[in-house]
Each structure stands twice: as structure tokens, then as C-alpha cells.
Design a protein around this ligand. Structure first.
Ligand code: CDP
Ligand code: CDP
Length: 230
């Protein structure tokens, strides 16, 4: 059967990565978390004194991009590929609220985007890929056979992310999580280079009141329909 490319874009904590992983597993496709790559570059910048709350040396980050090696390695126990930064597994380190508070400023930089988009296009060139992010259906794979655009209310999304961070034993306040979700929404959708916008041919899904099961079924049925047409 012909393999297709599935692009899932949308706002933070709309369940993109959860449903992308489920789809990849069900279809025997590769899952790529493009946000993890922006988070890994951000972690590099934090670890090397390039970015903090009060400071961001954009020129230094751009000069040092050659030193930022990002890779994915499949973890059979988890059932998905974990992200590596310069040979070190950073799957957990990139998910902190601190990384979330810096990542959208890093993702605004065109040189960063160019480097990561190139890598993402290589990872998806054989098709049979489900990739989630902000610009997958618009910039990375504009010709993807199936595109979704996920939304939900900011409060619903912040509640989901807050619960996740607590489960990871990160003690943050709900207010800070909501503030971060809203500030990333704004930066991501208004930046000049590859803003978060719905691709014209993407199917919009508001999952504020949709369970994970219902959401998976909806996307899986759509995927089957498109695959059968190919
Ligand atoms: O999981 P969550 O939705 O919180 O975020 P993510 O997918 O890990 O992405 C983190 C950040 O990376 C986003 O807020 C964007 O600023 C940036 N990003 C992007 O610009 N383009 C992508 N394709 C993926 C992520
Ligand atoms: O990748 P993205 O940031 O869009 O979201 P995610 O990491 O897949 O989902 C964020 C959290 O919301 C996870 O804990 C999901 O289980 C939860 N979620 C939910 O409870 N119901 C949904 N319909 C979608 C996501």
C-alpha cells in the first residue's frame, strides 16, 4: 500500500504528539516530533549561557549552530524515538517549563528554522511519516497528503500541560503554565518566518471536549480513507 505523509500542526498541548504517536504506531509509520528539535536547540542555548530570561545572544547562537547535533533514537520500551543533543539523551530535559519559556524566541530565528526544516525534510523524504509541529503542513511538507490543524481553548490546554508537569514532579503554578501557553501562542502565530497558521488544505479539529480515544479514531479514519485513495 502507498505510504503518505501526515502533517499535524496546531497550538501547544492540543494533543498533537499523543495522536501522532498513536497514528504512527497504528500505521507502522515513523513519528517525528519537530518541536523536540526546537527544544533541543533551546536547551543548548541555555546550557551555554546564550539565552536566559534577561539575555539572548542571537548572533552567538547562529554562529554556534554547527555545534548543535540533534538525533533521534528509537526506544522500544517507550515505543517512540527519543531526542539526543550532541550524543546525550535529552528527552526529559527539553520538556521543562524553563525550556518552554525560551523556545519560541529561539524558533523565531530564520537560521535555526532553516537548519531544522532541512533535517525534517530528510527524515520524511521516504513518506510513511507522521510529523507534528507548527509549520509542517505549510513549510516542511506543503505537499503532504493529509494535514490536520489542532486547536483547543487556552485554559483547557494549560490544564493539560499543568497536569503533565506535576506528573513529572516539576512544581510550577497553573498561572505560569497558562501564561506560557498564551505567550507561545502569540509569538508562534505572529513571527515573520513560518508563523503558525492553518494550511488552506488542513482539516481543523477543536479537541477541547474530545477524548484521546475519540480524537485518535477521527484522525485514524481520515488517514485510512486517504491511504485507500492513493
Ligand atoms: O508540545 P508543545 O506543543 O508544548 O510544543 P512543541 O511542539 O514541543 O514546540 C515547542 C516550540 O517549538 C513551539 O512553541 C514553537 O515555538 C516551536 N516550534 C516551531 O516553531 N515549529 C515547529 N515545527 C515545532 C515547534
Ligand atoms: O503535542 P501537544 O503539545 O499538542 O500535546 P500532547 O503533548 O500530545 O498533549 C498534552 C496533554 O494533553 C497530554 O497529557 C494529553 O494526554 C492531553 N490531552 C487530553 O487529555 N485530551 C486530548 N483530547 C488531547 C490531549
Amino acid at each position: 500500500m502507498k505510504k503518505i505523509t501526515i502533517a499535524i500542526d496546531g497550538f501547544s498541548s492540543t494533543g498533537k504528539s499523543t495522536v501522532a504517536k498513536q497514528l504512527a504506531k497504528a500505521l507502522n509509520y515513523v513519528y517525528v516530533d519537530s518541536g523536540a528539535m526546537y527544544r533541543a536547540v533551546t536547551l543548548y542555548a541555555m546550557q551555554h549561557g546564550i539565552i536566559s530570561e534577561a539575555y539572548f545572544n542571537v548572533d552567538r547562537l547562529v554562529t554556534e549552530l554547527d555545534h548543535v547535533q540533534i538525533g533521534f533514537k528509537y526506544n522500544a520500551t517507550l515505543g517512540f524515538a527519543e531526542v539526543y543533543l550532541n550524543g546525550k539523551n535529552v528527552e526529559n530535559d527539553i520538556r521543562t517549563l524553563e525550556v518552554s519559556q525560551h523556545v519560541s524566541r529561539v524558533a523565531e530565528i530564520s537560521e535555526v528554522r532553516r537548519m531544522l526544516v532541512r533535517q525534517q525534510q530528510v527524515m520524511g523524504k521516504e513518506k510513511g511519516v507522521v510529523m507534528d509541529g507548527r509549520d509542517i503542513g505549510t513549510v516542511v511538507f506543503p505537499d503532504a497528503e493529509l494535514k490536520f490543524f489542532m486547536t483547543a481553548s487556552a485554559e483547557t490546554r494549560a490544564k493539560r500541560r499543568y497536569k503533565e508537569l506535576l506528573e513529572r514532579h516539576e512544581h510550577v503554578s497553573y498561572e505560569d503554565v497558562l501564561k506560557n501557553v498564551m505567550s507561545r501562542d502569540l509569538i508562534d502565530s505572529t513571527r515573520e518566518d513560518s508563523p503558525l497558521i492553518k494550511a488552506q488544505d488542513a482539516l481543523e479539529i477543536d479537541n477541547s471536549d474530545m477524548s484521546l480515544v475519540a480524537q485518535f479514531e477521527k484522525l485514524y479514519n481520515m488517514a485510512q480513507r486517504v491511504i485507500n485513495q492513493e
